[in-house]
Design a protein around this ligand. Structure first.
Ligand code: SF4
Length: 271
């Protein structure tokens, strides 16, 4: 892992994600190195051309005294959109924690999203916020498959344990079932294992992007060869996602779950 430091003038970025006012990405790059990651485009924008996603990390440096917490009263802030706020090196550099500490008492609405068990470290801090939710992203409970597609992230069962601990500490929780791999992601099993300590579920489909298609198809071919025709078909016929979406909707409604489906078909959101 190539580590650099990069000075950042403003750690808050205005967001065009629906319902989110600002995003905070405390790092450039991500140690988790998921093979499907949509944030890989950051390589082009951050002078990392020629480097591999998951093999570099810029630790952002910034002037904490310049953060004016009152500016964010009533604003919804997401950590993070193009990195994971609880990568292993967060334990050393503590960028996420330092920023959150500044925001305590600001009246901002905080949403955390991670694939890391290290989020547990900050439970004490989360408890100081009036309006905070912590989400864990899970695409599969299959440990072997997770090791291949999300090699640097915490194991799925560790993530489930983390969400349980958060809930037991009275923190609002959600599970982001993403990306949903058809015939591989057993969303019912994820829900069964977590529904007693998860406030709501979000679903997002697997999005094929030019950079991730070869890697995804290679993994499917190797580990689920029988599914290869389905995955090739999914790229051509996006209407197949509608069937999957309906299955999720029926299941969640029948089980009285709070949920939201955020399927994007080839990059176009239905919502
Ligand atoms: S954890 Fe998120 S940002 Fe990091 S590599 Fe995986 S998908 Fe990308």
């Amino acid at each position: 892992m190539k580590i650099n430091f990069r000075e950042t003038k403003n750690i808050f970025t205005k967001s065009n994600i629906p319902g989110i006012d600002f995003v905070i990405n405390p790092y450039i790059g991500c140690q988790h190195g998921c093979i499907y990651c949509y944030a890989e485009f950051m390589i082009r924008f951050t002078n990392h051309k020629g480097e591999k996603w998951g093999q570099f990390l810029d630790i952002k440096t910034f002037d904490l005294s310049k953060i004016k917490p009152q500016k964010y009263t009533g604003k919804k802030i997401l950590l993070s959109s193009v990195t994971d706020p609880y990568i292993p090196l967060e334990l050393k550099y503590r960028n996420t924690r330092k920023i959150l500490e500044k925001l305590v008492g600001s009246g901002a609405e905080i949403s955390i999203l991670t694939k890391s068990k290290f989020v547990e470290r900050d439970i004490d801090l989360f408890k100081k916020f009036e309006n905070i939710e912590v989400g864990i992203s899970i695409s599969t409970l299959n440990e072997e498959f997770a090791k291949i597609v999300e090699q640097g992230a915490s194991r799925p069962n560790e993530r489930i344990d983390a969400i349980k601990k958060l809930h037991n500490n009275k923190i609002k929780t959600y599970i982001f079932i993403s990306p949903l791999f058809p015939e591989i992601t057993d969303f019912r099993e994820i829900i069964q294992k977590s529904k007693n300590f998860t406030d709501y579920y979000l679903f997002e489909n697997l999005n094929f992007r030019p950079h991730n298609i070869p890697r995804i198809l290679e993994v499917i071919k190797k580990f689920y060869p029988k599914l290869l025709p389905l995955y090739q078909e999914l790229r051509r016929d996006r209407s197949r996602w509608n069937l999957i979406e309906n299955g999720i909707k029926n299941y969640c409604e029948n089980n009285n779950l709070n949920f939201r489906i955020e399927f994007h078909h080839g990059g176009f959101s239905k919502s």
